[in-house]
Design a protein around this ligand. Structure first.
Ligand SMILES: [Ca+2]
Ligand SMILES: [Ca+2]
Length: 177
């Protein structure tokens, strides 16, 4: 019965999900308890009454990225002394004077990375790009793909992943391996 459902699920999965399924299997096999614990937390945090949907997973991804983006932008805007939404070299130097030696180098590096056209001013578009990069560094495409692939464990195919389905997948894997 369960096997038939799993096979039916396999047939219905898009090819992209099939590719992710390997990474998912690997992670489950590596430390099943840890995996089950993390997914259970995700279900508790972002799932609705029926369980965790793809929309819930997308919310989690977006929130993680927004957090990383905000942390990076906050650092830049702390240097925007005249509040014009851009950071120029004079503002950078004032911040560097107020910082310790280690931070001075880091501020320089971050400013240069942000000022993509090298005109001595990190403008709004350049800062937004740094935010975008920080967001992707916070939660990369690989991890996002992995999280979306969790929906392949939705064995009854109702679009919502439950703790029971996760436990079932882990148990099935342990039996097979
Ligand atoms: Ca400014
Ligand atoms: Ca610039």
């Amino acid at each position: 019965m369960t096997k038939a459902l799993v096979i039916a699920g396999l047939v219905m999965w898009p090819l992209a999900a099939m590719a992710e399924e390997t990474a998912l299997d690997k992670t489950m096999r590596k430390d099943p308890d840890r995996f089950a614990g993390q997914v259970t937390d995700l279900i508790a945090g972002f799932g609705g009454p029926e369980g965790l949907t793809l929309a819930g997973i997308e919310e989690h991804i977006a929130l993680e990225r927004a957090g990383a983006r905000a942390a990076t932008l906050r650092r830049f805007f702390a240097m925007d002394l005249d509040a014009d939404g851009t950071v120029d070299r004079a503002e950078l130097q004032t911040s560097q004077r107020a910082a310790n030696a280690n931070a001075r180098g880091r501020l320089e590096r971050q400013f240069r990375a942000a000022d993509a056209d090298g005109n001595g001013r990190a403008d709004a578009a350049e800062l937004a790009e740094q935010g975008r990069i920080a967001g992707l560094r916070g939660l990369g495409e690989d991890e996002a793909g992995f999280l979306r692939a969790l929906m392949t464990l939705d064995s009854d195919g109702n679009g919502a992943l439950t703790g029971a389905e996760v436990a079932q997948a882990v148990a099935g894997l342990e039996k097979a391996g």
